[in-house]
Design a protein around this ligand. Structure first.
Ligand code: D54
Ligand code: ZN
Length: 276
């Protein structure tokens, strides 16, 4: 799998757009009939995808892990952003409709992804971190998510956050995961933005048409840069970076975090006056 080493904030402020993209944007996910993975040294996050179109796909271990099987010492969160599919974990089968989530705990050996209908394949987004103990495998539907309504029409940031994996929902070691839906007419996520030096975050934008982009902002509040991200592309956001975006259309995005704590509200907010 591809391995990424993250630049520090000093190097970041001197990087070109292409260098920023090469380091923080993941453009290689969601290829049909393969499992794609990127290993980041930021909190040892692994971002990936599984798109079982003509055949089912089994998650294998990777050389980089030096582990007998993928979840030997890791936990894995999955969000389906495509057609209806199923995930088999050690003989237990879970049907996942679009926007449903599965948590797969440390110690799970056999993980297989399949689609109900190969012409409209499931698109499983994967996010994994090292885990110190086993938590049970759990499936969550949209009605199981904790919903938080934020923003307003006036500031074009009306949105709903759906939390799946978090201390009051599906329990995990360090993974916190869910998705955010932008209300019709709104385009901003996470405005005003925040930092959480205790956690890194990965964003994966989806449900955008081909001709649209989200301008994702990153960097320290006084050294911000943008990345133009297309549908089903992901962004690695180190703990020193803000993460916020504005789309040329509506969209959804999966967010996931790992690190020091699991407290979603442990955020240091930046004000507009901090931006440069
Ligand atoms: O730390 C939390 C994450 O940045 C996201 O959950 C924020 C988000 O989805 C939003 O405000 O739109
Ligand atoms: Zn955040």
């Amino acid at each position: 799998m591809e391995v990424r080493y993250s630049p520090d904030p000093v190097r970041f402020s001197r990087m070109t757009n292409q260098e920023i993209r090469d380091n923080f944007l993941v453009e290689t996910l969601f290829k049909p009939n393969t499992i794609e993975m990127v290993y980041s040294d930021v909190d040892r996050a692994i971002l990936g995808s599984a798109v079982p179109a003509e055949k089912s796909l089994t998650l294998s271990t990777a050389d980089e892990l030096r582990a007998e099987f993928f979840c030997k010492r890791r936990e894995l969160g999955v969000l389906n952003v495509g057609g209806e599919g199923a995930i088999d974990v050690d003989g237990q089968s879970f049907d996942l409709k679009k926007l449903e989530c599965l948590y797969i705990g440390r110690g799970s050996r056999e993980i297989t992804f399949s689609s109900q209908n190969g012409s409209e394949p499931a698109c499983f987004y994967l996010l994994s971190y090292p885990a110190h103990k086993e938590y049970p495998v759990k499936h969550a539907k949209i009605e199981d998510a904790l919903q938080v309504h934020l923003g307003s029409k006036d500031t074009c940031n009306e949105r709903t956050i759906y939390k799946y994996i978090h201390p009051d929902g599906i329990e995990s070691c360090q993974l916190v995961m869910g998705f955010t839906e932008i209300a019709k007419g709104s385009v901003w996520n996470t405005m005003p933005p925040h930092l959480h030096p205790r956690r890194m975050e990965a964003y994966m934008y989806f449900d955008m048409s081909e001709e649209n982009r989200v301008f994702h902002f990153m960097g320290k509040p006084d050294e911000m840069r943008h990345i133009a991200a297309a549908d089903k592309q992901a962004i690695i956001s180190p703990s020193w970076s803000i993460h916020s975006g504005a789309g040329t259309s509506g969209y959804r995005f999966c967010w996931g975090m790992g690190g020091e704590n699991q407290d979603f509200n442990d955020m240091d907010h930046s004000g507009i006056e901090d931006f440069k």
